[in-house]
Design a protein around this ligand. Structure first.
Ligand code: UDP
Length: 537
């Protein structure tokens, strides 16, 4: 079928001739395999060899041309998870002359994005590792519009949430197993390989214990635009709910809340709000998103379903519950999401501290937290421990044992938490996006000095407002001045409301000072420093 489509849309002989004459052409971004995305003309794939093929001719282009460093360890990461050794991409090379002896290629006319999904069985991984990165990779390259073809090379089946991947483009995504249907050799007319990691905020603990990425580059703004784009495609309009309500996201197979009815009662009584229960086992994903997009609060056990908090309205509260012996500070994918600048969610965690309220499952298989397969000694140690120590991904038995416990939520301590939450304000949708405009540099900064006595001097510094300030309404404008005596490695910082100041404390005559000035909006939006001022006496 696809073959017919391609022949309708491109002239087969023109394509074949282009491949034969020019071979494959590749130009990439990125210095390292971990930040690289490559654009190809005529990248081919042999379903027989299960390898991508780069055809070399005098006219082919390979930038970067790494030689055999291309295998150290790979050309690029095919998933958004950094430097994972099961997610590497590379190609084989062949001279174009080899085409003569190969099966006739089938050409794919669509602009194609080739990637690995990281874990398409888990909703958190689907959003964080695949959907958001693919969405913004497609924004980065204008060829990858709403009609781009996505190809998933990790080798898994569709998985339970394939419909979500279908929302990224109007064309049906292809799985690795589908590629054989195109014949022995297929060639992508135009393709991009790899995913942007710009939107990811969490690392799963492959080399150090899990936690927020060291350098988060995404803000709530981009996450919310992605969320509204998906909602539009699911035909969901964020309902203007007349009343405020709380959503409990319940899990029905593992990591249960054992007294959910009591928890619901506590919320109703304490917050005077309606409570809606949702679960992935009972509702369609779009209907869950519909409910969450109007909620004032989302309450859930730690788990992948909490990724749906990216559909909450601004100002909503996320309450994440943790089973006994699991420290909320050590597992923060949802806290980090809620706390992204501009995400405007309030995050609170609750932790079961009462061992008598936990239900353990030592007899289950190891991947659901069973421990009976372990040495008696290790079992005893795990059962005695009151907190899972920090650990690496992914098979730590103590972690799995504790995270798959069921929990009887202690109602008095849960009510305390709700009280705290309602203090932080449950001002549904009143939270307007706060401005994130940064100040420009201060202008015309100047220094003047005057000597008072042999020991005392004054240093007058003045400057003009940043250029963009005159177009803005900023609540709080302050200036920060750093004065450093030349040769010293410390400096004196000052915060000032006005545009000039005369410093006399600690200013010595005939001493050279370096002076930096910058503007600050609303306490935390820092501008750049103006060029350093140096005063020579
Ligand atoms: N899941 C669910 N109900 C359950 C248990 C799991 O819907 O009772 C879903 C969960 O949201 C996730 C997937 O099944 O998408 C895998 O769950 P797992 O417990 O393995 O991962 P976690 O939630 O800890 O990330």
């Amino acid at each position: 079928r696809s073959q017919e489509v391609s022949q309708a849309r491109i002239d087969y002989h023109v394509a074949l001739q282009a491949l034969q004459e020019q071979g494959t052409r590749m130009v990439c971004t990125g210095k390292m395999h971990t930040d690289r995305i490559c654009r190809f003309d005529y990248l081919c794939y042999s379903s027989e060899a299960e390898e991508f093929v780069f055809f070399q001719s005098n006219l082919s282009v390979m930038l970067p041309n790494l030689g055999s460093r291309r295998f150290q360890p790979a050309l690029l990461d095919l998933s958004s998870v950094e430097d994972h050794n099961t997610q590497y991409f590379n190609f084989l090379e062949l001279p174009v002359a080899a085409l003569k002896f190969m099966p006739k290629p089938v050409f794919v006319p669509d602009a194609t994005l080739i990637l690995n999904r990281f874990n398409p069985d888990n909703l958190m991984h689907i959003f964080h590792d695949d959907l958001l990165p693919a969405f913004y990779t497609m924004k980065q390259y204008s060829d990858l519009d709403g009609e781009a073809r996505l190809v998933f090379m990790e080798g898994w089946g569709e998985g339970p949430y394939f419909d979500l991947y279908r929302l990224l483009s109007s064309k049906q995504p292809l799985l690795k197993e589908h590629l054989r249907n195109f014949g022995k050799l297929m060639c992508f007319t135009k393709s991009y390989v790899g995913l942007s990691k710009m939107t990811t905020w969490y690392q799963y603990g492959f080399v150090q214990p899990q936690g927020p990425k060291a350098n988060v580059l995404v803000s709530g703004n981009e996450v919310r635009q992605f969320a509204s784009s998906l909602m539009k495609k699911m035909n969901i309009t964020a309902g203007e709910a007349s009343d405020q309500y709380v959503v409990i996201f319940s899990r029905s197979t593992t990591r249960l809340i054992l007294n959910e009815a009591e928890v619901v009662m506590a919320i109703v009584q304490e917050l005077q709000m309606r409570v809606v229960t949702v679960s992935l086992e009972e509702q369609s994903f779009p209907s869950i998103v519909q409910v969450i997009s109007g909620a004032s609060m989302l309450v859930s056990m730690h788990g992948a379903q909490l990724i749906t908090s990216l559909f909450l309205p601004r100002g909503a509260v996320v309450v994440e519950l943790f089973p006994f012996a699991v420290n909320p500070e050590h597992y923060t994918p949802y806290k980090t999401l809620a706390s992204l600048p501009g995400m405007d969610l309030h995050y609170i965690s609750w932790r079961n501290t009462k061992e008598e309220n936990t239900v353990t499952y030592p007899d289950r298989p190891w991947e659901q937290g069973g421990i009976v397969h372990l040495e008696k000694e290790d079992q005893r140690r795990i059962l005695k421990s009151k907190e899972v120590p920090r650990h690496l991904c992914c098979r730590n038995p103590e972690w799995l044992f504790r995270i798959y416990q069921d929990t009887l939520v202690d109602i008095p301590s849960f009510i305390e938490l709700l009280k705290e939450a309602s203090k932080t304000k449950l001002s549904l949708r009143k939270d307007k996006a706060s401005s994130t405009v940064h100040p420009g540099r201060v202008r015309e900064a100047q220094c003047q000095t005057s000597v008072q006595t042999t020991k005392e001097a004054k240093l007058s510094v003045s400057w003009q407002i940043p250029w963009n300030l005159k177009y803005l309404k900023v609540r709080d404008v302050k200036y920060e001045v750093w004065i450093q005596e030349q040769g010293e490695n410390t400096y004196m910082p000052y915060i000032l409301p006005q545009q000039n100041y005369t410093f006399s404390e600690n200013i010595k005559p005939f001493t050279t000072y370096l002076v930096w000035v910058r503007c600050i909006f609303n306490k935390n939006l820092l501008g750049p420093f103006a060029d350093v001022l140096t005063y020579f006496w």
